[in-house]
Structure formats: structure tokens, C-alpha cells
Design a protein around this ligand. Structure first.
Ligand code: ATP
Length: 247
């Protein structure tokens, strides 16, 4: 059995008396693409922030890349990559400057930075854009670049928080080809999304409802359990009774 790179048991986060995340438990294996779904306010971001070493749980246990979320937050940060729709690249730096900046921040050795940046730009087909500002790139390209930057230092796990928001289905599909490649190279992918076609691409999917894990299985098994043909319907069955609507 593949190594468990994320484990979480009865993980709970309270804000005052309110359970944003309530007793969630799951394991994620190395190289797995793990989808984390839920309606607005379900608790996804809260849970993800704990797993990224950015916030402490109220109770329960969790480890990421073998490090404890209470006592080893800095070690966790060294072993993960992170990308969100909201926080990604510097628009007023060029493509090359963004890659070298984040590569440096994430600890890519200085001696390798120049050559690896060149290779990445060539792989992305952005050689002619290397000296252009990121602001001038189409959104889909920004997202592909942001993902490449998030895994540039070869982390064990990459956390993606709604990475493809706002782009068309073809560009999303291309983005997912990059996710598959990263997973095939052994990087574990933990991804939140509101797009149910993307849920179909995951190895396993968790559906959170009001802070709890309501379902956790492969898309195929979830569809047969509910006797439906799409993840959209699975999601609707589970999330329709949610009381939270987020903020
Ligand atoms: N710092 C906080 N203080 C109080 N309540 C909070 C805090 N952060 C989040 N919450 C609440 O916890 C619940 C879960 O929020 P969270 O952002 O984790 O949901 P989410 O599933 O990521 O939603 P979305 O898809 O809208 O991002 C929401 O009801 C939110 O209002």
C-alpha cells in the first residue's frame, strides 16, 4: 500500500461555539489526486489551512508529509506547494521573475535556479513570453504558470484551492493534464473545486457538508452508491440539505 502522506483523525476547528470543521477523518496516499468538495461554507478552506500549517486545530490529530499540524508547522510548509485562485503570481513581475522569485522562496538551490527556470519556461511553451509581465498573460496561462511554480521545488504535496476558477472547460482540461503529470511523478494533489467535471478526474473525492465528511470514495463508487450517472447528482443529493451558505 502506498505511503500515507496526509492523515487526519477527528480533526475539529471551532470558532467560538461554531464547528467550522467537525470530527473529520481521512488518509491520503502518495501520488493520489484527492478532491475536497463542499458547498460554500462547508469548511474546506478551514481544513485546508490547518493541513498547510497555517492554522491550529481545536482538537483531533493530523499529519502532513509525516509532520504534526500542532508542533511542526514549519516543516509542513517546507514540504508542500500551495496555489489558490486568489493568491498566486505577482502580476507586475515577468514570467521569468516570478519563477525565480518563488523558486528562491521555496528553497530551490541557487545553482539550479537559472537552468531549471529555463527548462520550465520551454516546457510551458512560454519562451517568447519569459520577459513579459504576468499581467499580460491570459488567465488560463497564469493558472498553469502558478501551478508549475507551486510544484517547482518538487514538494511532496500540492494544495490547490479552486485553482481553475473562471476559465473555460478546454483550459481546465489542459490544467488537469498538468495535475495528472505531477501525480504520476509522485506528487500528491489535494484539490478543492466547485466544478463537478473536475471531481470526476480525482482518484477519490470527499464531500463536506456543514463541517463534516458526508462521503469519501472514488467518483465511480459514489455514483453507483447513489445510482446516478454524474458527480453533479451525487453532490446535489448530499449537499442539498446543507444549512450553511458560507460568507
Ligand atoms: N475566522 C473565522 N471566524 C469565524 N467563523 C469562520 C472563520 N473562518 C471561517 N468561518 C466560518 O466557518 C465556516 C466554514 O468556512 P470555510 O471558509 O472553511 O468554508 P469553505 O467550504 O471553504 O467555503 P467556500 O467554498 O465559500 O470557500 C463558514 O461558515 C465560515 O463563515
Amino acid at each position: 500500500m502506498a505511503d500515507k502522506v496526509i492523515t487526519c483523525k477527528n480533526l475539529t476547528k471551532k470558532f467560538g461555539d461554531f464547528y467550522a470543521v467537525h470530527n473529520i477523518s481521512f488518509d491520503v496516499s502518495q501520488g493520489e489526486i484527492f478532491g475536497f468538495l463542499g458547498a460554500n461554507g462547508a469548511g474546506k478552506t478551514t481544513a485546508m489551512r490547518i493541513l498547510c500549517g497555517l492554522s491550529y486545530p481545536t482538537s483531533g490529530e493530523a499529519s502532513v508529509a509525516g509532520f504534526d499540524v500542532y508542533t511542526q508547522q514549519e516543516r509542513i510548509k517546507q514540504n508542500i506547494g500551495y496555489m489558490s485562485q486568489k493568491f498566486s503570481l505577482y502580476e507586475n513581475l515577468t514570467v521569468l521573475e516570478n519563477i525565480t522569485f518563488f523558486g528562491g522562496v521555496y528553497g530551490v538551490p541557487a545553482a539550479q535556479l537559472k537552468e531549471r527556470s529555463r527548462q520550465l519556461i520551454a516546457k510551458l511553451g512560454l519562451t517568447n513570453e519569459a520577459k513579459k509581465l504576468v499581467a499580460s498573460l491570459p488567465l488560463g496561462w497564469k493558472q498553469k504558470l502558478a501551478f508549475s511554480v507551486a510544484i517547482f521545488h518538487e514538494p511532496k504535496i500540492v494544495f490547490l484551492d479552486e485553482p481553475t476558477g473562471g476559465v473555460d472547460p478546454v483550459t481546465r482540461r489542459q490544467f488537469w493534464d498538468m495535475i495528472y503529470e505531477a501525480a504520476a511523478n509522485g506528487i500528491t494533489v489535494f484539490v478543492t473545486t466547485h466544478y463537478m467535471d473536475e471531481a470526476e478526474y480525482c482518484d477519490r473525492v470527499t464531500i463536506m457538508v456543514d463541517g463534516k465528511v458526508e462521503a469519501l470514495d472514488s467518483p465511480g463508487n459514489l455514483k453507483s452508491r447513489f445510482d446516478v450517472t454524474s458527480m453533479d447528482e451525487v453532490f446535489y443529493r448530499l449537499a442539498r440539505n446543507a444549512v450553511r451558505s458560507g460568507d
